[in-house]
Write a protein that binds this ligand. Structure first.
Ligand code: FAD
Length: 615
C-alpha cells in the first residue's frame, strides 16, 4: 500500500462516516474507520489529533480548520481546562450532544448514553442566528450540505442530532445507544484506593458504562427528567393545543416554490386566520411551516374548532382526558392538519401525503402546552463518602420550550454553554456555593432570553456567559439562596434556616479581614481562616466583646473550655443580638473544625449587625 493509497483509503472511510444518514449507520461507519485506521476511540485526549493525522485529504481540510479554530478558544486552555474530569451525559438529543462537545473541548472525558438507537424525529427546530453561526463553526455544512442554505433558519431534529453525533465522535466522545439511565449509584461507604466513585444504574446492567466513575452528570433526557433533586415549576397558561404534522417532501420545483411560514401570530395576521376559519372551520392561533426533509407544520388550534371538526370527541375540562387517545379521532386529526396545511400554503403543495413516523404511522401528533415546566434549579452538588458530584440539567429537562415559538434549540444551546462554564469552575475547585449561585443567576436569565436581547457579535461567543448575555449579573442569586442539593457539604436545613431569617451573605475574604480587624489584640485569638481559627470559641467571644463589652467577661475565659466558650457566644448572640446559633457548643468540641459555609453565614450576621459601629 503506497502513501497515496493509504491517504485515499482513509479519506474514503471518513467520507463514508460523514455521509451516513442514520444513527446506527454513523456509529458503524465510525467503528470501521477506527479499526481500519488503527485509532483508539477510548484514548479521548489524543483521538482528535490522531484522526486528523490519519485523514489528510483536501476534502476534510476545511473541517479540521474549523474545529481547530474552535478548540483554540482561550476558555478551553488548550483542551486542558478540565483535564481529568469525567462526565456522564444522559440523553443524545441535540442539547445533550451539544453539551458533550463543549465538555470535550474543555478536556473532560465524556460519555453519552442514549436509550434509543434511532434519530427519527422529523419535526423541525427553529434556529436563531447564533445557533446557525455556532453550528457552522463546528462544520455543519460538511455533515449536511443543505444546512441553512440561503435564508433557511431551521433544521429537522434528526439532522441536527446526526451532525452533532458525528462531531462528538470526532472529538473522542463515547456515545452509547440502547443504554437507558435508571438512577445514580452512590460511592460505597468503605473507601479503598480502587473504590468506585459515583456511578450509574443503567439498562442493560451488564453494559460497560455501569463501571464508569464520573464527577459530573448532565441530565439531557428531555422533558421527563429522571435525575433526582430537581423540582419542577409549572407555568399554567390558557389552554394551548399544538399539532405537528409532517408531509413527504419530493423535492420538486413546485414544492420548492412554496413560501414557508415562519410563525404568524394571530394579532399580526388576523385576516389570514379569519379566512381560514370562514373557509374551513379551522380555528388557529398560529401556524409555522418549514420545508426540510419533510414539509413540517406546527400550529396551535382552538379547542372548539377541534370539537366542531370531530377531531376531539367529547369535551372535558382536564386537558389530559381531553387529548387522551380514546378521545381523539385520528382520521379527523389527519384531515384537520392537512386542511390547515393546504390553506396555509395557499393550496400550492402538489400533494400532501403524510410522512411516516417512528411507529410506522402517518406523522401527525397533538400536544398539550397548557402547562409548561421548568426546573426550579439548574444544578446541584452531591457529596457522599468523600466524592463530590456535580449534577446539572440542560435542554428540555431544564426549561421546556413552546414549540410554535421555536425557542427550544437556542435556549437549549445557551444552557449547554452555561453548564460547560460551570463544569469548568467545578473542575478548577471553586467554592461549591459560589459555583451554584453563579449558575442559578445565569439560569434566571434563560426564560427571558430572546434573539433580540442577546449579544449580537456571535463570533465572540464562548462558554463564558459574559460573551452572550448583555445584562449579566452573575450574583443575582446569592450563595446562601442556593438551597438544594448540598447534602454532605453542610447541613441543608441549617443553611436554609439561616438564609431564610436574614437575606445576606458577606464575601468570605471581606469577612475574614473584618473579623481580623475586630479581634486584633485579643488574648488567644489569631484568626487566619473561617474554620479552625474559631474552634476554641474565643474568637467569637472577642468579636462580641469588642462591640458589646458588657455582654461578656472576656478576661474570665479559658482557651481550652471549647464547649463553654462557644455556648456562651451563641447564647449571648441569640439573646442580645438576635443572631440564631447554627450549632451548639458541644458540637464545636466534637467536630475537628467548624464548617466553613456555616461559619460564613453565621459571621455574616455579626458583620451586618456591627459594621456600622466604630471599630
Ligand atoms: P430531546 O431532544 O428530547 O432528547 C432527549 C434524549 O434523551 C432523547 O433522545 C431520549 O431518547 C433520551 N432519553 C430519555 N430518557 C433517557 C434515559 N433514561 N436514558 C438515556 N436516554 C434517555 N421542538 C420544536 O421546537 N418543534 C417541534 O415540533 C418539536 N417536536 C418534538 C417532538 C417530540 C416527539 C419531542 C420529544 C420533542 C419535540 N420538540 C420540538 C422539542 C425539541 O425536540 C427539543 O427542544 C430539542 O430536541 C432539544 O431537546 P433536548 O436535547 O433537551 O431533549
Amino acid at each position: 500500500e503506497t502513501e497515496d493509497e493509504r491517504t485515499a483509503k482513509a479519506s474514503q472511510l471518513f467520507e463514508n462516516f460523514v455521509q451516513m444518514s442514520t444513527c446506527k449507520g454513523t456509529l458503524q461507519a465510525f467503528s470501521i474507520l477506527c479499526r481500519q485506521l488503527e485509532l483508539d476511540p477510548m484514548d479521548y485526549s489524543n483521538f482528535y489529533s490522531s484522526l486528523k493525522t490519519a485523514v489528510t485529504s483536501w476534502k476534510v481540510k476545511a473541517l479540521w480548520t474549523k474545529l481547530d479554530k474552535r478548540a483554540q478558544q482561550k476558555v478551553y486552555s488548550q483542551n486542558k481546562a478540565c483535564q481529568g474530569t469525567r462526565c456522564l451525559i444522559i440523553g443524545g438529543g441535540p442539547c445533550g450532544l451539544r453539551t458533550a462537545i463543549e465538555l470535550a473541548l474543555l478536556g473532560c472525558k465524556v460519555v453519552v448514553i442514549e436509550k434509543r438507537d434511532t434519530f427519527s424525529r422529523n419535526n423541525v427546530l427553529h434556529l436563531w442566528p447564533f445557533t446557525i453561526e455556532d453550528l457552522r463553526g463546528l462544520g455543519a455544512k460538511k455533515f449536511y450540505g443543505k444546512f441553512c442554505a440561503g435564508s433557511i433558519d431551521h433544521i429537522s431534529i434528526r439532522q441536527l442530532q446526526l451532525m452533532l453525533l458525528k462531531i462528538c465522535l470526532i472529538l473522542g466522545i463515547e456515545v452509547h445507544v440502547n443504554v437507558e439511565f435508571l438512577k445514580l449509584v452512590e460511592p460505597p461507604e468503605e473507601q479503598t484506593d480502587d473504590s468506585p466513585s459515583w456511578r450509574a444504574d443503567i439498562q442493560p446492567s451488564s453494559h460497560s458504562v455501569s463501571d464508569f466513575d464520573f464527577d459530573v452528570v448532565i441530565g439531557a433526557d428531555g422533558r421527563k427528567n429522571t435525575l433526582d433533586g430537581f423540582s419542577r415549576k409549572e407555568f399554567r397558561g390558557k389552554l394551548a393545543i399544538a399539532i405537528t404534522a409532517n408531509f413527504v417532501n419530493r423535492n420538486t420545483t413546485a414544492e420548492a416554490k412554496v413560501e414557508e411560514i415562519s410563525g404568524v401570530a394571530f394579532i399580526f395576521n388576523q385576516k389570514f386566520f379569519l379566512e381560514l376559519k370562514e373557509e374551513t372551520g379551522i380555528d388557529l392561533e398560529n401556524i409555522v411551516y418549514y420545508r426540510d426533509n419533510t414539509h413540517y407544520f406546527v400550529m396551535t388550534a382552538k379547542k372548539q374548532s377541534l370539537l366542531d371538526k370531530g377531531v376531539i370527541i367529547n369535551d372535558y375540562v382536564e386537558t389530559e382526558r381531553l387529548l387522551s387517545s380514546d378521545n381523539v379521532n385520528q382520521e379527523g386529526l389527519l384531515s384537520y392538519a392537512r386542511e390547515a396545511a393546504d390553506f396555509g400554503t395557499n393550496y400550492q403543495l402538489p400533494s400532501l401525503d403524510y410522512a411516516i413516523n417512528h411507529y410506522g404511522q402517518p406523522d401527525v401528533a397533538m400536544f398539550d402546552f397548557t402547562s409548561m415546566y421548568a426546573s426550579e434549579n439548574a444544578a446541584l452538588i452531591r457529596e457522599k463518602h468523600g466524592h463530590q458530584l456535580l449534577v446539572a440539567l440542560v435542554g428540555d429537562s431544564l426549561l421546556e420550550p413552546f414549540w410554535p415559538m421555536g425557542t427550544g434549540c437556542a435556549r437549549g444551546f445557551l444552557a449547554a454553554f452555561d453548564t460547560a462554564w460551570m463544569v469548568k469552575a467545578f473542575a478548577q475547585g471553586k467554592n461549591s456555593l459560589e459555583i451554584l449561585s453563579e449558575r442559578e443567576s445565569i439560569y434566571r436569565l434563560l426564560p427571558q432570553t430572546t434573539n433580540e436581547n442577546i449579544n449580537k457579535n456571535f463570533d465572540q461567543y464562548t462558554i463564558d456567559p459574559a460573551t452572550r448575555y448583555p445584562n449579566l449579573n452573575s450574583s443575582h442569586v446569592r450563595p446562601h439562596q442556593v438551597k438544594v442539593g448540598l447534602e454532605g457539604i453542610c447541613p441543608l436545613e441549617e443553611l436554609d434556616k439561616v438564609a431564610r431569617e436574614r437575606e445576606f451573605w458577606v464575601r468570605p475574604d471581606r469577612l475574614l479581614t473584618w473579623c481580623q480587624r475586630q479581634t486584633n489584640g485579643y488574648r488567644g485569638v489569631d484568626i487566619t481562616n473561617l474554620t479552625s481559627s474559631w474552634r476554641s470559641g474565643l474568637a467569637l467571644c472577642a468579636l462580641i466583646h469588642k462591640q458589646r463589652p458588657e455582654l461578656i467577661d472576656y478576661d474570665s475565659l479559658h482557651e481550652d473550655e471549647v464547649a463553654a466558650n462557644n455556648q456562651l457566644a451563641f447564647d449571648v448572640a441569640e439573646r442580645h443580638l438576635g443572631i440564631q446559633p447554627v450549632t451548639t457548643g458541644k458540637e464545636m468540641v466534637a467536630g475537628a473544625e467548624p464548617d466553613k459555609l456555616l461559619m460564613v453565614l453565621y459571621l455574616s450576621k455579626f458583620y451586618v449587625a456591627f459594621r456600622n459601629l466604630p471599630g
